[in-house]
Each structure stands twice: as structure tokens, then as C-alpha cells.
Write a protein that binds this ligand. Sequence first.
Ligand SMILES: [Ca+2]
Ligand SMILES: [Ca+2]
Length: 468
Amino acid sequence: MRGNISNISGATTATLTLANVQLSDAGNYSVVVTNAYGSVTSTAATLTVIVDTLSAAVDSPGLVWTTGGNVPWFAQTVTTHDGVDAARSGAITDSQESTLQTTLTGSGILSFWWKVSSEEGWDMLEIYLDGVLQGDPITGETDWQQRAVTIPIGTHTVKWRYVKDESYYNGQDAGWVDGVNFVADIPVLPQIATQPVSRINVVGTTATFTVMATGTEPLNYEWRKNETIILITPAVGAPGDPGYMPPSSAATATLTLTNVQLVDVGSYTVVVSNAYGSVTSSAANLTLAPPLVITSEANGITTSSATLHGAVNPNGLSSTARFEYGLTDAYGSKVRVTLSPDNGLTEQNVSVSLNGLQSGRTYHYRLTATSGSGTSPGVDMTFETPAVPIAAAELVAPKMEICDGDANLTIQVSVPGRAYQLQCSDTMAPGTWQDLGPVRIGDGNILVISTPCNPAATRQFYRIALQE
Ligand SMILES: [Ca+2]
Ligand SMILES: [Ca+2]
């Protein structure tokens, strides 16, 4: 290949590629194709190299510049900020304008130097973003100063305009721009710094969930309940479309639910998004408070009865309550109590009288309440029924006899559920009675308690005692 009359060495393919074209590369290019039988020369193709003088003058070769108005801007080296070159507005007259324009993709910060020499207050140099004037224009004799404009996300037009009113001029009657620099923000994906937290509310109160997120602004928040969108901004779709959801001003970093009811119970998440992506929070649950239950001291305790007391706050949800009682903390018996109202928001005292209890026993009891939010067992408490002394009538036909070295007590106890112990003593003195075991529980039937006689004793006393 050859450009003008120079040979280009090493060019032996059908395509010639010139990288980083400079003014010196301008010229006519032709190719000579040769093989073993001869050669042929192509017609010439012309390469014209144009210097984009405006982008060079304002030091932003990466941007595409256009100029318009009545007279275009031009590059010059007389009045500059960087000591090399700058763009100057065209030589317009009264009621005319000269514009310089470029396009940027944000977000980012555009900074530039500018200067004006004009009729102060009437002829001025302005900066526009998407047709909207940004800040104050400069006018009169204003030397080089730097200005910055914030560019939002997306593609935007930036325009400098030197504009004159209908009469008079002063100074050099021009504006200059130099040192244009656009620094794009580094896109930051949304990230969740603090997750929303699960909470328990009393019915009718206000519940809030808050997320703290970082990332390039603006951040959008889309709240969901059980995976269904409940609040969103911006809108989904257009009005009239199926699935259209209007934007909600309440779609912020905090979701507020007022007067919460059972229907609000669920799992809440928020999707935080910006122009670069989105992130979903972990789920936070809203639960309504179950009833509040207090088990109180029992009173009115006799050998066979007692009155149990407690208090219930239904916490606003329809609730039922019951006392559970029995000889162990597994209870086994229960008595329902009435709540009125059963969905109140205050504490109500409840009580129940128990009859037919066994004497001399320890009873466990607790108050328990249940609503749509769950069951609240109260604290386990106990009371003791006093023992009934053994009455003569209780022991039917007691008979003591010695047989084959054993002492046998035969007795029928008429009170069921009582625990008896056979005891012996040499002297009947207090503190000398010894248990002979095992304990027997009376059930109304004949009971035989046998124990070997003490061969060393000349006499022995036996008695039957209630087991404590
Ligand atoms: Ca320059
Ligand atoms: Ca003027």
C-alpha cells in the first residue's frame, strides 16, 4: 500500500488499518496488488483528518461538542484559563445568542472555568442543564472562575449560552469556557445496613418497621407483606393497566401500620432499589400480643376446698381462660373462667372455687389464657390442704395380733385417698415413734400392715399415723 508517494512497509493484506490518526496521516491512499504473474494499482482513496478544535480547547476530548445560535463558538488561544486554549462565543450582535453544548451521562459532577466581558446586567453568559438555567449567569467584567453542576443519573444536555439584549455592548462582548471536567459517580448498589426487626404489638396500636440502606441516591423502597407488594414508589405500570399500582408517598425507609389487627399479622420485607440494582431485606414478623396472665395466691383453703385467683388482660383479642390444677405440675383438671369483655384491653380479675379436694395434699395450679395470637400459661403456684386428724370412725375394726413373730395390724380405713404409716415405740414417749413403712393409701378396703416383732423388746407399742 502507498500513501501519496510513500510506501507503507509490512502492509501485505487486503485491509489497511491506521490507529490514532493524526493530521500528518491525511493524504491519498492506494494499493498495489502483486502476484507471480504481474501487478495492478488501485485508484486512490483520500483520508481527510479534522481536528475537533472545540473539545480540545475545553480539554474534554471524551465529550461530543456542538455549537449553535446566531454565530458558533470557536477555539482560540488568546484568552484562556489553562494558558493554552479555550472556547469563545461567536461574534454576535444585539438580541442574538451563541451556544456551546454537550451531552453527559450521570450521575456525576461537571466542573468548568468560565469568564465573560460584557454589558453588565444585560449581556451574559449562562449555563443550562436540560434547558433549565443553573445558578446565576456571569456578566460584566468577570474574570475566570470555576463553577460546578451536579448531573443526575441518566443522559443530560449541558449548554453554555452567551446572550445579548437588544442594545449596547461593553468590553470584549464575549464569553469563554475552559477546563471542562466531568467526574462520574461510582455507581453503588443498594445495600442494607440495618434490617427491619420483628415486633409484637397489642391490637389497635401502631407498628413500624424501619430499614437503613446505603447506595447511590435516589433509593426506592418497595414494602411487601407475605411477598405481596403493599407500598411502592415509583408506580408500577400506567394507570388503567392491569396490575397498575400507584406510587405511594408512604413508601419510605419506614413502614407504618396504624391500628394493627389480626389481619396485619404477617411477614414483612422491603426491596430497596436504585438505578443500578436492588436488594431485599430479611423478613420481619408482626405478631399480636397474646393475653397477659397472672396467677395469684389461692385463699379460702380447707381440707377439701380452695379458691383460686388470677388476672387476664386479653390484649384486645377475643380470649378464653381457665384454671388448671392437680397434684403435680402436669395438672390434669381444669375449670373455665369467663372474661367480660373477652377482647378487652385491661386486666380483669378472675377466680374459681374448687371443692372435693384431698386433705393433706399439695396442689399445683395456674391460670392460662388463649387468643388468636397464642396461649399464655401463667406461673405455676401451689397450695396445701390441711390434713384431717384420724378420727375413730375413720378406722373400722382395728385389730392387732402377733403371728409367727410378726405384728399384724388389720384395719379398714373409710376415708379414701389418705396416706397411713404404721409406727412403733418401746415407751410411747414423744420422739420415739419409728416409721415401719411402707405408706399405705386408704381406699375403703381392708388394709393389713405387717412388721416383724423386735425379739429383744419385752414390749412394743404400735400406732397408725397419717403420713405427712
Ligand atoms: Ca484549554
Ligand atoms: Ca447589550
